[in-house]
Design a protein around this ligand. Structure first.
Ligand code: 5CA
Length: 177
């Protein structure tokens, strides 16, 4: 069997999933996290960008509300990361969330997001992070049969039932919109 010797840089390494689809290392990490949780969802790399909820909805062909945005905030008092998985059609009210989270929260910087999750903005997944993150889940997502979430890169998504994602993340339900 031929053996590939050439050393592609780490960032461009691709791996193969069960569906024979070539996906990048960041997306593969999400695929592995899903599998480890016993979830059969398959990470898909799209031909078009899925960096924003609107773009993801266009790429997938679903309503913006069916996109699960994984938004990272920073606790103003503790400095801890806070993840809010919100419907693409809702805007998170940071002031209202303060009472629920237990401290004021502020939008995280891109550096903080990468540090806390191991992923860059535009591809932050709802699970598979470097370390556990306190997580809230927008109840509006439960109004759909299927939702799509980012899977590690601005081109990768996975489809899942909202109840299954809620259970997998161990998140607390919250009303965002
Ligand atoms: N891939 C899609 C969903 S499939 C996605 O990641 N959408 S998102 O909405 O969750 O990610 C984009 C979000 O990143 C924005 O809504 C915004 O909250 C955040 N963001 C974008 N730019 C910045 C920035 N410069 N600093 C902090 N947060 C940012």
């Amino acid at each position: 069997m031929a053996k590939e010797e050439s050393g592609a840089p780490e960032r461009t390494v691709v791996q193969q999933d069960a569906g024979q689809q070539q996906i990048r290392e960041s997306a593969a990490r999400v695929q592995q996290a899903l599998a480890a949780l016993g979830i059969t969802a398959v990470v898909r790399e799209m031909p078009a960008t899925t960096r924003t909820a609107k773009e993801a909805a266009e790429a997938v062909g679903c309503q913006v509300g069916q996109i699960a945005k994984s938004l990272i905030f920073r606790g103003a008092r503790t400095g801890r990361a806070v993840l809010i998985i919100a419907s693409g059609s809702n805007r998170v009210n940071e002031k209202a969330m303060a009472a629920i989270v237990g401290e004021p929260i502020e939008r995280a910087t891109p550096e903080f997001v990468r540090e806390a999750t191991g992923f860059a903005i535009g591809g932050v997944p709802p699970l598979g992070h470097k370390a556990a993150i306190a997580t809230w889940f927008d109840e509006a997502l439960l109004g759909y049969e299927r939702i799509w979430a980012a899977a590690g890169t601005p081109f990768a998504v996975f489809e899942i039932a909202p109840q299954e994602l809620l259970r997998a993340t161990g998140a607390t339900l919250v009303k965002c919109g």
